[in-house]
Design a protein around this ligand. Structure first.
Ligand code: PGA
Length: 252
């Protein structure tokens, strides 16, 4: 199986210092030269520019962890998508469950962010997924459909879009979804996207996120429905992240 197009996105959250971020970036730049898969790293806002200078010209691409929906104005503390584009970002994570939970971002807010990102040519990495309770009550499909419907409302003009299925109960918990369950959720998302976007659905990549590590990554490879992964914890350390990349590139 060829994993060359398997997309790996590293979400470094608010976990690394400036020094640690630069060290990990340099390590990855050096170590991933031989690897074929696509790699996107998402450091904290203040480090984006420095990280971009390091990875420029390499195969690693830059993503932000959030953005605001306005381009410019009196919005103290917010970051414009236009500015992210200007400093070298190509991608932006939107609707992560931590943003929904701690900052009360609604699907409507996320929808505005998706549209603003697309407007400036950033590729959204749109996160959807059910909570533990919703899963227990058998509401996964309902929740994911509602999230997709609202966050993608009015979205028509895009060349590329990434949807990350991230069940909330799997994020940072060590409880990874079974690859079969992930495939089911991905096929549900794919059907939605096909109905919604028609031929353009081929420009949508569907990836899985939640407690991926060097031991379980293998199970997520080789499925046509799983086109990549969004990794938090295990992407924040040289050893675990490198081992994951080695598995993907069939070096283990
Ligand atoms: P995790 O985080 O890999 O630590 O579970 C995933 C994410 O937050 O996107």
């Amino acid at each position: 199986m060829n994993n060359n197009h398997f997309l790996v996105i590293a979400n470094w959250k608010m976990k690394l210092s400036f020094k640690e971020t630069l060290k990990l970036t340099k390590f990855l730049k050096q170590k991933t030269k031989k690897f074929k898969n696509e790699l996107i790293i998402c450091p904290s806002f203040p480090f984006l520019n420095e990280v971009f200078k390091i990875i420029k010209g390499s195969k690693i691409k830059l993503g932000a962890q959030n953005t605001f929906w306005e381009m410019k104005g009196s919005y103290t503390g917010e970051v414009s998508p236009k500015v992210l584009k200007e400093i070298g970002c190509r991608y932006v994570i939107l609707g992560h469950s931590e943003r929904r939970r701690y900052f009360h971002e609604s699907d409507h807010d996320i929808n505005k962010k998706v549209k603003a990102a697309l407007k400036v040519g950033l590729i959204p990495i749109l996160c959807v997924g059910e909570t533990e309770q919703e899963r227990r009550f058998g509401q996964r499909d309902f929740v994911v459909r509602r999230q997709l419907e609202v966050t993608l409302q009015g979205v028509t003009n895009f060349s590329s879009l990434i949807i990350a299925y991230e069940p909330v109960w799997a994020i940072g918990t060590g409880k990874v979804a079974h690859p079969k369950d992930a495939c089911y959720a991905h096929s549900f998302i794919l059907n939605f996207v096909k109905k919604r976007f028609g031929k353009k659905a081929k420009n949508v990549k569907i990836i899985y996120g939640g407690s991926i590590n060097e031991k379980n990554i293998q199970g997520f490879l080789g499925h046509a429905l799983i086109q990549g992964t969004l990794i938090g914890g295990a992407s924040q350390k040289e050893k675990s992240f490198y081992n994951i990349l080695k598995v993907i590139n069939q070096e283990i």
